[in-house]
Ligand binder design. Structure first.
Ligand code: NAP
Length: 398
C-alpha cells in the first residue's frame, strides 16, 4: 500500500479550502488531513475537524482558538488547537505534512506560506498575495530548501500545464514566445467609467463565472486580480512582464495559453471549477478525479477574446508599472489594494477610488531593494498606514 500524503490546509474554511477538502475526500487512499486553519470561523472549522479528524487545528485569532478548543473538548475530540501566526507557521512545517495548500487570503498568508517553503514542502499556492509581496525572497526559500511550488490559480496552473518541462531555467531557448494570461473581465467588463463609479460591494462580489471569496471577487472586478496574476506569473515562470499578454476571455473556458516560436499555441481548457487545478497540483505528475463535470464543447460553442481596456481598469496598468519599478513596489501595491478593497467592502470607499488610493500610496511610499523579509514587512506596514490615512482624508467624498 502506498503511504498517504499528509496535507495541511491554510485557510481551510475559505472557498479554496473547502474545494480542497472536497477533492481530498474523494481520495482517502492517497491523502490524509494533518492540519486545518482559519482566522475567526470557529463553527466552520469545528465542523471540518469533526469531518476530517486532523491532528491539529490552528486559528490566527487567539479568542477564536480558545472557543474552538473548548468546543472540541466538550465533544470529546483530542485534536490539538494552536493559535496566532506562530500556530499557523507550526502546522505548515510539521514533519507529518507533505503538502501545504496555501489558501489564506491576503498578506496574512505570507509567513505561514514561507514557513512551508522553508520546511521544503510541496506548496500548492493559491495565496498569490504572498508571492506578489515577497517575490525573490519567496522564490529563494523554495529553491534553497528543495520545496516544490505548484500553482493553484487556474490561469497559472493552466500555464504550468502548457509549459516545457525545463521552464524554471528561464524561457530563453525553450521556444516560448508569449504567455497569454486569460481574464474573464469580471462583472463590469462592459460598464462605462461613469457606471463604474456607482457599483456596490454586492454587485462587485457577484462574479459571472467563478464562486470566490469577497476580496478576490472585488480584485476581479477592478482587474487588480489580473495585475497580481501578471506579477505572480513573472515569478513562477521566471519571465518578465513583456512576455505576458492579458487576454479577456469572457467564457472562462480557456484558463490560459502558451505561444511557441513554431506557431503552436497550447491552451488548457475546462469548466470553471477550482477543483481541477487543486486536483492537478495535489496529484502532479499524475492525474486524479476532481469531481468536475467534463467540458461539453458543443454546449460552449463559442470562445471570444478581447484586449483589456487599461483606462477603465487602471489597477491592471499599475500592476505592470510596479513590476517594472521592482523592489518593494509590488509589496506596496498589494498592501494598498488590500486596505482599499476592505474600505470598499465596508462602504467607506467608492469602487473607482480603489485605484486612486493605490496610486497615491505608490507615489508616497519610497521603494526599497528587497534584501530581507523585514524590508518587505516594513514596506507592507508603511503602505497600509498611508492608504488608511488617504482614505480618511477622502472622508465623505470617498
Ligand atoms: N476562490 C478562488 O476561486 C480563488 C482562485 C484563485 C486564487 N485564489 C486565492 O486563494 C486565496 C484564498 O481565496 P478564497 O477565495 O478561498 O478566500 P476566502 O473564501 O475569503 O477564504 C479565506 C481563508 O483565509 C482565512 N483567513 C482570512 N484572514 C486570515 C488571517 N488574518 N489569518 C489567517 N487566516 C485568515 C479565512 O478564515 P475565516 O473563515 O476564519 O475568515 C479563510 O479560511 C486568495 O489569495 C485568492 O486570491 C482564490
Amino acid at each position: 500500500m502506498t503511504e498517504l500524503k499528509g496535507i495541511t490546509i491554510l485557510g481551510s474554511t475559505g472557498t479554496i479550502g473547502v474545494n480542497t477538502l472536497d477533492v481530498v475526500s474523494r481520495h482517502a487512499n492517497k491523502y490524509r488531513i494533518v492540519a486545518l486553519t482559519a482566522n475567526t470561523g470557529v463553527d466552520c472549522l469545528y465542523q471540518q475537524c469533526i469531518d476530517f479528524q486532523p491532528e491539529y487545528a490552528a486559528m490566527a485569532d487567539a479568542d477564536s482558538a480558545t472557543q474552538l478548543e473548548e468546543k472540541l473538548k466538550s465533544a470529546g475530540q483530542k485534536i490539538k488547537v494552536l493559535s496566532g501566526i506562530e500556530g499557523l507557521e507550526q502546522v505548515s512545517s510539521l514533519h507529518q505534512t507533505d503538502y501545504v495548500m496555501a489558501a489564506i487570503v491576503g498578506a496574512a498568508g505570507l509567513l505561514p506560506t514561507l514557513a512551508a517553503a522553508k520546511a521544503g514542502k510541496r506548496v500548492l499556492l493559491a495565496n498569490k498575495e504572498a508571492l506578489v509581496m515577497s517575490g525573490s525572497i519567496f522564490m529563494d526559500e523554495v529553491r534553497n530548501n528543495g520545496a516544490e511550488l505548484l500553482p493553484i490559480d487556474s490561469e497559472h496552473n493552466a500555464i504550468f500545464q502548457c509549459m516545457p518541462d525545463d521552464f524554471s531555467k528561464g524561457l530563453k531557448n525553450t521556444g516560448v514566445e508569449k504567455i497569454l494570461l486569460t481574464a474573464s473581465g469580471g462583472p463590469f467588463r462592459n460598464k462605462s467609467l461613469s457606471e463604474l463609479k456607482c457599483v456596490t460591494p454586492e454587485q462587485a462580489v457577484a462574479h459571472p463565472n467563478w464562486v470566490m471569496g469577497r476580496k478576490i471577487s472585488v480584485d476581479s472586478a477592478t482587474m487588480m486580480n489580473k495585475g497580481l496574476e501578471v506579477i505572480e506569473a513573472c515569478w513562477l515562470f521566471n519571465t518578465d512582464p513583456d512576455l505576458i499578454q492579458v487576454v479577456i476571455h469572457p467564457q472562462s473556458i480557456i484558463h490560459s495559453m502558451v505561444a511557441y516560436n513554431d506557431g503552436s499555441v497550447l491552451a488548457q481548457m475546462g469548466n470553471p471549477d477550482m477543483r481541477t487545478p487543486i486536483a492537478h497540483a495535489l496529484a502532479w505528475p499524475e492525474r486524479i478525479v476532481s469531481g468536475v463535470e467534463p467540458l461539453d464543447v458543443f454546449e460552449v460553442a463559442k470562445l471570444e477574446f478581447e484586449k483589456p481596456d487599461f483606462s477603465r481598469f487602471p489597477c491592471l496598468a499599475m500592476a505592470y508599472e510596479s513590476l517594472k519599478i521592482g523592489g518593494t513596489a509590488t509589496t506596496v501595491l498589494n498592501a494598498a489594494n488590500e486596505i482599499a478593497v476592505d474600505a470598499f467592502l465596508n462602504k467607506k470607499l467608492g469602487f473607482t477610488k480603489i485605484a486612486d488610493v493605490i496610486e497615491k500610496t505608490l507615489e508616497s511610499v519610497s521603494v526599497q531593494k528587497i534584501i530581507s523579509l523585514d524590508i518587505i514587512l516594513d514596506a507592507d506596514k508603511q503602505a497600509r498606514l498611508m492608504a488608511t490615512d488617504y482614505i480618511s482624508q477622502l472622508g465623505a467624498s470617498a
